[in-house]
Design a binder for this molecule. Structure first.
Ligand SMILES: [Zn+2]
Length: 786
């Protein structure tokens, strides 16, 4: 029996589709019989050759100017095939689904742990229920017939017991020679012939027989940072390349361990290069290999994937970041898009695997995610320059609701694609990051030491509608001309070159905000005697005791900050205790706090020495009891321990140093005072040089871009009952919003088009700014100004 339902997309068009794929149908059985000897016919089929498009080496040579597929395929889809699926994969149904969802490329499981085609590579085990079917071949062939690009998906890194028994030396082992395992599977070693020979053999086989446009891999980077492999290949390679023996234990203070971290990163880059050489040698220059990468920098660190090095090599980033966390919110997806494009370039694509099932906490692989939750993740990613890629696990679902989820976003994306790719972001605030800081300062506590300060700072920017761009610390010289202000949120571990780059930015008049322990550590995470940027901060570390952050992690203290009038002098310096002078009035960065003398803090601080010109705007109030209430009085109401220091250089650069970790506290507790204070600091240090202002209630994430003669503004409505707790199941519209945008050259700002509500409105242009009103935003709106 065939059920029929109607699916309505965007309320414009109604399409009829069978209710679900047909499990184990007759066609599949017949096809699997036919495919038992089918590799040769797949290889030679004319449809295959015709449909290869820009990837095929012949086609490519005839059209050398054609945009390669990895720069033109902008909507992806993936059924992550389970081992049971060969018996139930209804290709005809999915083919209609591709069309229905405007999918231009598909990711199809090919090989690795198991093969979904009749492989000839020794020990490459076929999927349990494959039963002779060439599922990968059938899907690849069908996709090519429909003009879709194919990413052959690998899942390397693990193997079954028979492989381990055949080549025990190819597997990662602990000090006693015992193999590392994940469930029933054995983890292969990245330095063994498994990566140098076995995986390349599979890549060659697939490229030769099926001509996929390219390859991706789910877990290509092998054993993570938590385990050290002591196999013979690792022992020899490490000794040859570094001169050290493998570290016996994790010890971040040990130079051998630090070298082990770097050596691991280098090896992953080698694997990236090897796999690309392999696939291109068989499939042509556009047959690239692009392993998947994470949306979390600490996740990348734990997997030894150096984002900067990878993006220098990659033609496309396959982003595996399927859903939001409560702490990061939907806005994380806009941010990670901008962060990766900052490394990769804005002319390349970053499709992201977006779960249509309940991914995250908790995960239910076969249950539909509430559609608004999945939709908002997609939309906020698109706002940050990400391309949509619907993702489902298994080709057959009893919960069919997920089939309705991606269509409307994919269709809207297709209709408006020209505004969504090949654009340049507009922002005057750069927030600086470095993976090395995550590694060697964050170490095993990067979430607390690195990610929370980052998140608090960027959340304060989003909350106050200030567009920002993540900027890699090594790209400061390259990218900084567009910025009025750079922010270093607890960027503690810095090299001398990186410090010099920041210094040059300030010398050229740029503003600077630094928080926490910024520049107090060298590149390996060793604490220095003073901040490397002490002269800019106007403050010196006194070099006594532990760094506050080592006590802060995971704690909240009952502490406060006292708001100025400002103090000048050298508080707490030897012999200088009484040299402080009080300035006249409160500084404008404390605007909005007129009715209070204190702000809640939550962290710890210690005395610093100040340069004469520096001014303290907030001082620390040490902790006192919370319970019982009778004891909750300040034992030391006043200190001269600085929480916020302001320093203006002779060339007019505005510098704010915030030893108080307000950014971390804001991420953790979401206190509006902290968010408002951070926004005040940013506006002042950037000298109010901001490209947009948005008035009206609600939490919105704004992303602004330029194209040749137009500007494009995304406004994502984050306001809901589920803003900080997934999943979202109800959209709550906001509006009206009064918006003004500083117009770029060549943009008159008189014609405005709203790409979601499908309206045209007019803007009022005054002094180079365009003013307009957006009446209502249920989920998102995109405004095009010409
Ligand atoms: Zn090894």
């Amino acid at each position: 029996m065939i059920f029929v339902i109607t699916i309505t997309f965007c309320m414009f068009k109604t399409i009829v589709i069978n209710m679900q794929p047909q499990s184990g149908n007759e066609d599949n059985t017949r096809r699997s019989f036919l495919k038992k000897t089918a590799i040769a016919s797949v290889m030679l089929s004319t449809a295959d050759l015709i449909s290869l498009g820009s990837n095929h080496s012949d086609a490519k040579q005839k059209n050398p100017d054609q945009v390669p597929w990895y720069k033109s395929v902008t909507r992806w889809g993936q059924v992550n095939i389970t081992e049971k699926d060969p018996a139930q994969y209804d290709i005809g149904w999915w083919r209609k689904f591709w069309k229905l969802t405007e999918t231009k490329g598909v990711i199809i499981n090919a090989g690795g742990i198991v093969a979904y085609y009749p492989t000839r590579v020794a020990l490459h085990r076929t999927a349990e229920f494959l039963a002779g079917r060439d599922l990968f071949g059938d899907l690849c062939h069908t996709a090519h017939e429909d003009g879709l690009a194919v990413f052959a998906r690998m899942d390397s890194n693990r193997a079954h017991e028979e492989f381990y028994k055949a080549h025990p030396g190819w597997f990662a082992t602990d000090t006693s020679g015992k193999p590392y395992k994940a469930g029933d599977l054995y983890i292969t070693c990245v330095n063994s012939p498994y990566y140098n020979e076995h995986i390349p053999a599979i890549l060659r086989e697939i490229a030769e027989f099926y001509h996929p446009e390219g390859f991706t891999d789910n877990s290509w980077s092998g054993l993570g940072r938590e385990s050290i492999c002591y196999c013979e290949f690792c022992k020899k390679s490490f000794r040859d390349k570094t001169g050290y023996n493998l570290p016996e234990v994790k010890n971040w203070d040990n130079q051998g361990y630090r070298q082990w971290i770097r050596w691991n990163y280098d090896r992953r880059v080698e694997i990236w290069d090897l796999n690309n050489r392999t696939t291109k040698s068989v499939g042509g220059v556009h047959c690239i290999w692009s392993g998947m990468n994470s949306g979390s920098i600490s996740g990348q660190s734990r997997s030894f994937r150096d984002y900067k090095e990878i993006c220098m090599r990659a033609e496309i980033i396959m982003l595996d970041d399927q859903a939001r966390s409560d702490l990061g919110g939907f806005q994380h997806n806009g941010e990670i898009g901008k962060m990766i494009h900052g490394l990769l370039g804005w002319d390349k694509l970053v499709p992201e695997s977006m779960a249509m099932y309940q991914a995250g906490r908790p995960t239910f692989r076969l249950a539909s995610k509430p559609a608004p939750e999945a939709r908002m993740w997609m939309l906020n990613g698109i706002a940050g320059g990400i391309q949509p890629w619907w993702h489902m696990v298994s080709a057959f679902h009893e919960d069919r609701r997920m089939y309705k989820t991606p269509g409307s976003v994919m269709k809207w994306h297709k209709e408006n694609e020209q505004f969504l790719v090949n654009r340049k972001p507009v922002a005057t605030v750069g927030v600086v990051w470095s993976q090395q800081n995550t590694d060697f300062y964050g170490r095993d506590n990067a979430e607390e030491l690195v990610e929370l300060p980052w998140r608090g700072m960027t959340q304060a920017l989003i909350r106050s509608r200030i567009p920002y761009l993540p900027i890699h610390i090594d790209h400061v010289d390259r990218d900084a001309t567009q910025f009025s202000l750079l922010i270093l949120p607890n960027l503690a571990a810095m090299t001398e070159n990186q410090v010099a780059g920041i210094r040059r930015f300030v010398e050229q008049g740029g503003g600077l905000i630094a928080t926490g322990e910024t520049s107090l550590f060298n590149e390996w995470g060793d604490k220095s005697s003073d901040y490397a940027l002490a002269d800019l901060f106007g403050a010196h570390f006194k070099g006594v005791g532990e760094s506050p952050a080592s006590k802060l992690a995971g704690e909240a203290y009952h502490t406060y900050l006292r708001l100025g009038p400002g103090l000048r002098g050298r508080p707490g310096g030897p012999g200088n205790d009484h040299e402080l002078t009080v300035t006249d009035k409160r500084h404008e960065v404390l605007r909005g706090f007129e009715e209070t003398g204190i702000l809640p803090f939550g962290g710890l601080l210690q005395p610093l020495s100040l340069e004469p010109n520096a001014e303290i705007l907030m001082t620390f109030i040490p902790q006192f009891p919370v319970y019982p209430p009778e004891t909750a009085w300040m034992r030391t109401p006043k200190t001269d321990i600085p929480g916020l220091i302001i320093n203006t250089t002779t060339n007019g650069s505005r510098i704010l140093f915030l030893p108080a970790d307000i950014d971390r506290q804001f991420a953790r507790y979401n206190l509006p005072d902290h968010g408002n204070l951070l926004a005040n600091l940013v506006r002042w240090a950037a000298k109010d040089k901001l490209p947009i202002a948005v008035e009206g209630a609600g939490l919105v994430d704004c992303h602004l871009y330029e194209q040749a003669n137009r500007m494009v503004l995304h406004i994502v409505n984050l306001t809901s009952a589920a803003t900080w707790r997934q999943p979202l199941d109800e959209l709550i519209a906001i509006g009206p919003l009064g918006i003004k945008i500083r117009l770029s050259k060549n943009v008159r700002g008189t014609n405005l088009r709203l790409l979601v509500s499908n309206e045209r409105i007019s803007g009022e242009v005054k002094n180079g700014w365009c003013h307009f009103v957006v009446k209502s935003i249920p989920d998102h709106e995109v405004v095009v100004l010409t």
